[in-house]
Design a protein around this ligand. Structure first.
Ligand SMILES: [Zn+2]
Ligand SMILES: [Zn+2]
Length: 122
């Protein structure tokens, strides 16, 4: 494999344009090589995108719990309030709705994340 710009042996490939680069033409950006003076910015951007995606994935199981827990808490609060108000049908229906909705999200998320983990292991 030769450098795209020189008749020299290439040491790597630009992460942005996939061209082979020799030691003189590349910039080492820790997470990948870039065309010197051309694609440093693009590759840095690409690397930060990958980092953000990784972060989003590692934090999403926690984040996914916030929605259902919040809904279930709201549901319980409305139910309690409804019972205090002499079993006010509107509040009880609303509370039950919130609670069931939260539960449904919780079940859906568990299935969803099981799927991701299974795919990841395979
Ligand atoms: Zn490039
Ligand atoms: Zn070169």
């Amino acid at each position: 494999m030769h450098c795209f710009n020189h008749p020299k042996e290439a040491i790597g490939i630009c992460k942005h344009c996939q061209r082979a680069l020799c030691i003189e033409c590349c910039t080492d950006l820790k997470d990948g090589l870039a065309c010197k003076g051309q694609h440093e910015e693009e590759v840095t951007h690409l690397n930060s995108l990958i980092q953000n995606t990784k972060k989003a994935y590692s934090s999403s199981p926690k984040a996914s719990l916030f929605g259902p827990v919040f809904n279930m808490f709201m549901g319980a609060a409305f139910l309690g309030f409804g019972i205090k108000k002499n079993y006010e049908p509107f509040l009880i229906t609303l509370g039950a709705g919130f609670f069931i909705f939260g539960l449904a999200i919780a079940i859906y998320n568990t299935k969803y994340f099981k799927k991701i983990t299974t795919n990841y292991d395979a």
